[in-house]
Design a protein around this ligand. Structure first.
Ligand code: NDP
Length: 363
């Protein structure tokens, strides 16, 4: 059984939950839009599944829901944003107009966000720019969870990066991936449901390979995808997101002092390139040729295809929210802001272990 909502109805419902838990209307609107977009596109690991975690983090006092980002024109090709200990998405929204303007004028520009919390998928941060004709790259670092290749303990975050490119005659091609072999939520889910992990995903606290998810979570480490290559990408993400922006490195995370906090106060870097500045009118044709030749290889699925199929269905039919999920959202909506009427963190664990919510299992 489920409740069917339009994307706008869902975004409005989620914004109400955020506002209930101390987020300003403007910030609530922006972050709720990202949560609803994830549900719309079938990225369920970053949709409503995360809502209890957002609430838990807000209640912990670790993040400021009312933060007002401060945008600085740092250099001809660089916009700096202090997210003021708020969500990363409002900071991106605040810096985007200047970033866009600089990239159009100069061909390339970067946005450096610091003091920000990113608890979402990264593709919503880049896809809109590619819809406007830009190539866009985004990088976010997070608290230490991943061992550098050859090391025995965690150091990097799961550090995702995303890339978006215009596609003539279709939606942008977007890929968005963590630097770890699997998302941390898969390890959490395996621990909650009592499953073993596949080999090559994690280390225990002594730095030995393990398939026990609890050993990975309790003092162990996750492994980077692709061995030394993924480790190098995680390093790149850490440098662009934290060193360049002035944000915290993953190992500087202080969230443990705020019980219930699930986000990292870290940084994000977004790079925009205006391809028409190098390729002129020819860029569209060249990209068209590239996609045609790619299709001729017989490739069955490109990154983002699955999301766009989900999106088409959601826009036509609405988004079906399973009853168990809808009930959690309603509980969060009624839960007190610092009181004890509900415990979103407990709800989060329950949700993870609920068999009906299997599709929500990937954090
Ligand atoms: P996946 O491994 O599921 O997917 C990575 C990319 O590969 C996606 O673009 C996906 O496209 C594409 N893809 C997957 N399978 C195929 C296939 N068979 N053929 C072609 N392309 C494919 O993602 P991850 O587990 O690495 O990351 C999950 C999410 O977690 C990301 O959105 C990431 O941003 C987020 N994350 C966020 C963090 C944060 O701190 N905010 C930290 C770490 C991760 P498609 O979209 O179509 O599935």
């Amino acid at each position: 059984m489920s409740t069917v909502l339009s994307v706008d109805e869902l975004a409005s419902l989620v914004a109400s939950v955020f506002e209930r838990h101390g987020v300003s209307p403007e910030n609530a609107r922006i972050v709720a839009g990202v949560v609803a977009a994830a549900e719309r596109d079938g990225s369920r690991s970053h949709g409503l599944f995360r809502l209890p975690g957002y609430v838990s983090t807000l209640k912990s006092g670790w993040i400021d829901g009312h933060a007002v980002p401060v945008v600085t024109d740092a250099a001809p090709g660089l916009v700096a944003v202090d997210a003021a200990n708020g969500f990363a998405q409002p900071a991106l929204a605040a810096g985007a107009p200047m970033l866009r303007e600089k990239a159009r004028t100069q061909g390339i520009a970067a946005l450096a966000i610091r003091n920000s919390h990113h608890f979402a998928a990264l593709w919503p941060d880049v896809e809109p720019f590619a819809e406007e004709g830009f190539l866009a790259l985004a990088f976010v670092n997070a608290r230490s969870r991943v061992a550098p290749w050859g090391a025995r303990k965690k150091f990097f975050g799961t550090n995702p990066m995303a890339f978006a490119c215009p596609r003539p005659g279709g939606p942008p091609l977007v890929w968005d991936q963590a630097s770890s072999v699997v998302a941390q939520g898969e390890v959490l889910l395996a621990a909650t449901q009592g499953h073993e992990l596949a080999e090559g995903i994690g280390l225990d606290s002594a730095g030995n390979p393990t398939t026990d998810p609890k050993a990975v979570l309790e003092g162990g480490a996750m492994l980077p995808f692709g061995g030394h290559k993924g480790s190098a990408i995680a390093f790149l993400v850490e440098i662009l997101s934290a060193a360049l922006t002035g944000g915290r490195f993953g190992y500087e995370d202080k969230s443990a002092a705020f019980p219930g906090a699930l986000t990292t106060n870290a940084g994000e870097c977004v790079i925009l390139i205006d391809p028409s500045r190098t390729g002129g009118d020819d860029v569209g044709a060249r990209l068209g040729g590239l996609f045609e030749n790619l299709a001729a290889t017989g490739v069955e699925r490109l990154p983002g295809d699955t999301r766009h199929a989900h999106r088409r269905k959601s826009l036509q039919e609405g988004i079906a929210i399973p009853d168990v999920t809808y009930a959690v959202v309603q509980r969060l909506l009624k839960a007190g802001r610092g009181g004890k009427t509900d415990d979103p963190f407990r709800t989060f664990s329950e949700w993870n272990s609920d068999a009906d919510t299997k599709g929500y299992g990937k954090l």
